[in-house]
Design a protein around this ligand. Structure first.
Ligand code: FDA
Length: 305
């Protein structure tokens, strides 16, 4: 119930205007967001690198309804990639992009064109781009754009959501050698017609899909904090004889940071999803929805201020 309300809050422009202006969610923002500026996020990425971790930087902002804003976002990503290269972090840091922040709600061709600019800058910097996945109404178009991008930029990563009923087929389709695929549970509220919703069913689907990606020879990016899936992924990798450079774990900034370091110290490649920027509202609501217990921590932090 609370989870559904928080997911609805993440979609509400009105609430974003109300809450975004005051400091109510500040403690949660500080926990899940690396800062407001490019300098902030590069500093965080360097700290992660010093701890043996990798990063994928996300410039917060989604559902842009203005072509000029989409172009501005792409330019900011290009500038960020220059900074990543200048900081000597290109072997540790890539970027994640949302097509809706690059104009897909206006025109998918515009979003593809803007993402191409970012992919070209990533090639030049010596790193990669991963295209995030949004709600299920966008899956087909997002995968179409991903395939088009990969013709010129083959290392472009994509995301599949284990909770969607279609994902096993997508894993068979995209699970080919060299294909960088982030597998996550799925962060959006989806109807039962397209998604399984029981936790046990999602976990079973996750491991089935991960097995398909491994069988196909893809480079799976295991994006989860769930201890059962973290252990299950390592077991599957052993079963498929995959070396530690043939796949990686991914976790969110601010979530299970100790586990991120433990896995890295055990020799795994661990990449932290590192969001930054002033448009933190929707991202923060989705993080709270994933674990409503975070609201208790948020309440305590607010009371102690
Ligand atoms: P689950 O939610 O069951 O959490 C397992 C445990 O992890 C919890 O018991 C808790 O200990 C901890 N935990 C998880 N979330 C937490 C939180 N917010 N705060 C505190 N503790 C928490 N989704 C999507 O639809 N499209 C995308 O492109 C992406 N991209 C993406 C990148 C990366 C790197 C990650 C890790 C995740 C995503 N996601 C995503 C989000 C994903 O779909 C999913 O919603 C979250 O990862 C939560 O699911 P878990 O697998 O972590 O399990």
């Amino acid at each position: 119930m609370l989870r559904t309300m928080l997911q609805a809050a993440a979609r509400s422009d009105r609430l974003e205007r109300m809450v975004g202006r005051n400091r109510l969610l500040r403690p949660a923002v500080d926990r899940f967001v690396a800062g407001a500026s490019a300098e902030d996020v590069i500093r965080s990425a360097r700290r992660l690198a010093d701890d043996g971790l990798y990063a994928t930087i996300d410039q917060l902002g989604e559902a842009c309804r203005d072509a000029r804003a989409a172009e501005r976002t792409a330019r900011e990503y290009v500038a960020l990639l220059h900074r990543v290269a200048d900081a000597g972090l290109a072997d540790r840091v890539e970027v994640s992009v949302k097509l809706s922040a690059l104009g897909s709600e206006l025109d998918w061709a515009l979003a593809e064109e803007q993402t191409r600019l970012i992919c070209a800058a990533a090639d030049e910097a010596g790193t990669t781009v991963t295209v995030d996945m949004e709600d299920s109404s966008t899956t087909e178009d997002t995968l179409r754009v991903l395939r088009a991008l990969r013709r010129d930029h083959p290392r472009t990563g994509g995301v599949l959501q284990a909770m969607l009923r279609r994902t096993a087929d997508d894993c068979r389709d995209l699970g080919e050698p060299g294909s960088r695929i982030r597998l996550c549970k799925g962060a959006y509220h989806e109807p039962a017609a397209v998604a399984v919703t029981a936790a046990a069913d999602i976990n079973a689907a996750y491991l089935r899909c991960l097995g398909l990606l491994m069988e196909g020879g893809a480079y799976p990016m295991v994006a989860t904090h769930d201890p059962r899936l973290v252990a299950g992924a390592a077991a599957l990798a052993r079963k498929h004889g995959m070396g530690r450079d043939a796949w990686e774990y991914q976790m969110l900034f601010g979530v299970r940071a100790d586990e991120q370091r433990r896995l890295a110290q055990a020799g795994h490649r661990v990449r932290v999803y590192l969001p930054y920027g002033p448009d933190w509202y929707r991202y923060t609501c989705r993080r709270l929805a994933e674990r409503p217990a975070n609201l208790v921590l948020l309440g305590r932090a607010m009371l102690s201020r």
